[in-house]
Design a protein around this ligand. Sequence first.
Ligand code: GDP
Ligand code: CA
Length: 319
Amino acid sequence: MSDLAITLLAGGVGGAKAAEGLAASVYADSTHIIGNIADDDEFHGLWVSPDIDTLIYSLGDQIDRQQGWGRKNESHQVLNELEKLGQETWMTLGDLDLATHIFRTELRKQGVRPSHIVHRLAKRHGITMPILLPTDDVIQTRVKTNLGALSFQEYFVRERCQPTVNAVEYEGASIAKATSESLSQIEKSDVILLAPSNPIVSIGAILAVPGIKDAIEKSNAYVIAVSPLIGGKTIKGPADKMLTSMGKTNDSKGVYECYAGLLNGFVIDDQDSMDATWLETQGVDVLVTPTLMSSTAEKAQLLSKVIEFALAHRNVRAA
Ligand code: GDP
Ligand code: CA
């Protein structure tokens, strides 16, 4: 598979599951990941990049598998002490995790490219699958709600997704510059896969970096997405609520509409099979299959199936 180029656009938990599936498949050496940086924020003076760290800890087998984020065998001595000092500690950052944020912040202050910092962190965790950043600039999702504009972590962690979402904006996106690595990777891709991540705040934020969407449209790649909804619901997180508040239906059709014009293929769960006919009328190839990924075997099985489907349909389109 060495001459095959696969690009995975990934958010946090759903993105990491897809990345692990590819890493455990025959496509491991053919895959590059482009991760989401729009959930990044500063806590206690440290730059935290939740989705990138979820990717790194998952692929490096250091993730807390029960939570789906953070480090396994984690302690919280620093956070407990910060709380005693009267600091806000709703963002749970463990001691091992804090080392990552200290390292990232220090290198950023030295002027090291964020893309290179990710490379250093991935290397520390023994990860060979390249993790690229869509941009080295800062982009931050702002969730406009009935409580006012919130950062993504304020909305997601502090407010537990309770506020009504009126709109989502990607602050800094319009002036961000795409990395040359992500653009050239997209250009040479045979398959571009949009992970079962939040289509608005994870994949949407990557696509909001000027040049990324264009590069995908111009590439010869077969572009395919896996829906993050199963039976019209998310496994975890606010994607379904966000779809509704954006005036879209909270089902595979709503997810598809977020990617309108971009997709050649779309993967939906067995439980959403009733949407397949409508999706096909939109001109997209539809794969209906179980998409819940728990074990590594399930992740590898689904991702292998998705890539095989993409390659087979790519050949049909090219014929
Ligand atoms: P976050 O950044 O940690 O919120 O994670 P992502 O944006 O990458 O992914 C969140 C989405 O992943 C949610 O909408 C979940 O429904 C979806 N998800 C998580 N696990 C699975 C799974 O096993 N299968 C599918 N189809 N979706 C999943
Ligand atoms: Ca995220």
